[in-house]
Ligand binder design. Sequence first.
Ligand code: NAP
Length: 329
Amino acid sequence: MQTRELGKSGLGVSAIGLGCMGLSYGYGPATDTRDAIALIRQAFERGVTFFDTAEAYGPYKNEELLGEALAPFRDQVVVATKFGFNFDANGGQSGMNSRPEQIRAVADQALRRLKTDVIDLFYQHRVDPDVPIEDVAGTVKALISEGKVKHFGLSEAGVQTIRRAHAVQPVTALQSEYSLWWREPEQEILPTLEELGIGFVPFSPLGKGFLTGAISETTTFDSKDFRNIVPRFSQEARKANQAFVDLLAEIAAHKKATSAQVALAWLLAQKPWIVPIPGTTKLHRLEENIRAAEVELTAEDLANIESALATIKVEGDRYPAHLQARVNR
Ligand SMILES: NC(=O)c1ccc[n+]([C@@H]2O[C@H](COP(=O)([O-])OP(=O)(O)OC[C@H]3O[C@@H](n4cnc5c(N)ncnc54)[C@H](OP(=O)(O)O)[C@@H]3O)[C@@H](O)[C@H]2O)c1
């Protein structure tokens, strides 16, 4: 697979990474550990060198999974993880915590769980309103100088936060939601990242599966599936948002590709420093998603997509209100 550099950081990764969250968390029951390890190793064998996890996925289980799966080729891949929450006894998130002592503790624990001596990319998962971002950046800077971390990242941070953090410790990548049905980052975020030389890692690049066409208004989700509480996934919203699915299917047929591939190729076509991290629990979809790097959208294709999108209005928020308050700060 082609590789890309995240901004001007010098960090090179496969053009498409693997989002590992769904193997342990978020979309129903966790995948059997042996199957999950096999999938991660198959991703590496097929050229994926960028793996995304977080302390919060499980919590802890997803990092442990990656630690085991990546051990045989740890030095050939880039592992990104995240800090920033407290957890209750049942593993639920019980608030934000990016205090310096917490970041240090999470780094040490993540190193153990990931079975490694350095975290390649350490993101703040959400901006913590109680901790100045300068303190967060300063703590990660110290971890970098101690050799425990290589690169600093932010997730769902607003442009002022990005600038303030970057002034203390250069930010290698921002990881925020971006896809054909969530284009807000184009307004302020992408120009700021370009100016500062920061890479962009779109999460949920397949719209949490919706843009692939595999989900319809009649789909039912497992009781533990996060999409049950996402307004954009209410039955009504899915019905209204079918227009996105239809558009993608039409372009995919024209390009002799799949809808998932077009959704990923569109992201890759926006900027050369964008690296999407689609998640899947299935080998055939992993292979399909990887091949998106070979789908080239021409200027005409992109213009056609643009004008078709202008006629579609997305229905439903991307987060329920209590989680929406934590993004773009
Ligand atoms: N920083 C953050 O706050 C944040 C938030 C959310 C996610 N993330 C990261 O971003 C990664 C990706 O995001 P995501 O998992 O939310 O959403 P996504 O990649 O947009 O979609 C994943 C969903 O799409 C399905 N899927 C994948 N490939 C498919 C294909 N080719 N055809 C049909 N369905 C397909 C998967 O189901 P199957 O498993 O059944 O294939 C899964 O349910 C996560 O794994 C995580 O690492 C970060």
